[in-house]
Structure formats: structure tokens, C-alpha cells
Design a protein around this ligand. Structure first.
Ligand SMILES: [Zn+2]
Length: 269
């Protein structure tokens, strides 16, 4: 079956020779000079694009004293102050965002993402998802996911149902949407007391390795408790991780997570 191919190749060679011959007959005309110039300009090999800085690997929370600080209901004006506090201490947190507030402050959501914090879903209107209809749950979650994606380019993989209100139905929907349900293990009731010293004391008294701390960045009284909480816990050897890092990325959609599995070794040297 080589015959026809050989013939075709032969024909191509003849054609190429004819073109070269034609070019050479042009002699000193402009066309070959242009070709030469084009070749020369390609001489130095293109410089490779600068490599992005490698991110340090996340801590191994099976061994390290990890704690996840989480902030609900934002973003709001006070979020900006919190982001400054976290940046100054190089601490990563997780933000459970209300879709309506994301639409109001997309710039703050983008800033959260660019600073390396984890963005997560907390419904669009702070709805009681455990009691809501299937249609309402879907709409609450989809609208929030879309708003966060529009603001930051990120599609969250975590949901914290407002009030911790969940149901079999919500478990099914979140499983299909690829969202793990994240609860909490330390709650200083900051929204109730609105007292900076009280938030500091309650959190510092309760935190153990593997905990998820629930706070609200919509209250300045809470935001102002964060420096002392971080500085004290850091002095005790705690490392601050996002929720996904706390679980080493192993968060099953639809399942509920309250704190890192206490059966796993924690806080070993
Ligand atoms: Zn909330």
C-alpha cells in the first residue's frame, strides 16, 4: 500500500523544489530578505515564564496543634479590619459568607481569597435550611455559590447551615452539590454578648487541638478579640489552618464535620 503515498511524497518534493526554484529566481527581491529577518528575530530562545512562588505545604494536623478560626455572616465593613489583623499575623481563616453580603461587598470577598483564606457558603439570606423546601434550599445555595464565584473565581466546597440547622434532605442536596457541612466545636456566643474581653476569655478557655471556632466578623467587638486570641494560642504552639486544611482535604460532601476526629493523634511533637 506504499505505492500511492510514495507517489504523493514524490509530488510534494517536486512542488517544494519548484517553489524553492521560484524563490531563488526572485534573487535580490524583498521576499527572501523578509524571510531571513523573520528567522533572525526568533534566534534567542524565548525566556520561560517566571514560576509562581511555591506555596509552603499545609501543616499536618494529625500531628500539629491545629485550630480553624471561622467567621460567619459577612462580609461587612468590619471584615476589612479583620483582614488586616490576620495578614499582620500571617493567619489563614475560613469565611462562611452570606450571599446577599457577597453581592454588596464583592471587593472584600476578593480580598479574602487573595489573602489565602477559604471561602465557604452560609446561604443567601441566612435561611433555616433544615426547615426549608427543596426548591428554597437549592436556590439559597446556588445563588450563594454563584455570587462567591463571580466575586472571587472560587466555587466553595463547604457549607455551614445557619443555626446549624440541617436535615436528611439538606444532606442529600449538599452531597449532590459537592458541599461538606461544617459545624463548630467552640462557640463564644459573640453575637449575644458583644463584648471583646468576653469573646477572648471564652475562646481561650475552650480551645483544644482540632477545634473549629465559630465567630462573626460582622461584629467589631469580635474582630477586636482576634489579636489576643491568635497571639495567646500561637504562644501555646497552635497553628491556624483553614477548615479544609484541618481535615487534610478529606471532607466528604453531604457529611457533617464538627471538629477534627478526636480519635486521630493530636498535638504530638
Ligand atoms: Zn450565621
Amino acid at each position: 500500500m506504499d505505492g500511492p503515498n510514495v507517489v504523493r511524497r514524490g509530488a510534494a518534493a517536486v512542488l517544494a523544489a519548484a517553489i524553492c526554484g521560484w524563490l531563488s529566481t526572485l534573487g535580490q527581491s524583498a521576499a527572501p530578505v523578509e524571510l531571513l529577518a523573520a528567522t533572525r528575530s526568533e534566534d534567542p530562545p524565548p525566556k520561560p515564564a517566571p514560576k509562581p512562588k511555591p506555596k509552603p505545604p499545609p501543616p499536618d494536623c494529625a500531628r500539629a496543634k491545629c485550630v480553624a478560626l471561622t467567621f460567619d455572616d459577612g462580609p461587612a465593613e468590619s471584615t476589612s479590619e479583620l483582614l488586616d489583623i490576620l495578614a499582620a499575623r500571617k493567619v489563614k481563616a475560613t469565611f462562611f459568607l452570606i450571599g446577599e453580603n457577597v453581592a454588596k461587598h464583592p471587593d472584600l470577598v476578593r480580598r479574602e481569597h487573595e489573602a489565602g483564606h477559604e471561602l465557604a457558603d452560609h446561604s443567601y439570606t441566612h435561611a433555616d435550611l433544615g426547615a426549608a423546601s427543596k426548591e428554597d434550599v437549592r436556590s439559597e445555595l446556588t445563588k450563594t455559590q454563584d455570587a462567591i464565584r463571580r466575586a472571587s473565581g472560587v466555587t466553595p466546597v463547604l457549607l455551614r447551615p445557619p443555626y446549624g440547622s440541617t436535615s436528611e434532605r439538606l444532606a442529600g442536596i449538599t452531597r449532590r452539590m459537592g458541599l461538606a457541612q461544617v459545624m463548630w466545636s467552640v462557640d463564644p456566643l459573640d453575637w449575644e454578648h458583644r463584648d471583646t474581653g468576653d469573646v477572648e476569655r471564652r475562646v481561650l478557655k475552650a480551645v483544644k487541638p482540632g477545634d473549629i471556632v465559630l465567630m462573626h466578623d460582622i461584629h467589631r467587638t469580635t474582630v477586636r478579640a482576634v489579636p489576643k486570641i491568635i497571639d495567646r494560642l500561637a504562644a501555646e504552639g497552635y497553628v491556624f489552618v483553614t477548615v479544609t486544611e484541618l481535615f487534610g482535604g478529606r471532607l466528604e460532601p453531604g457529611q457533617e464535620f464538627v471538629r477534627r476526629n478526636s480519635g486521630e493523634p493530636q498535638g504530638l511533637p
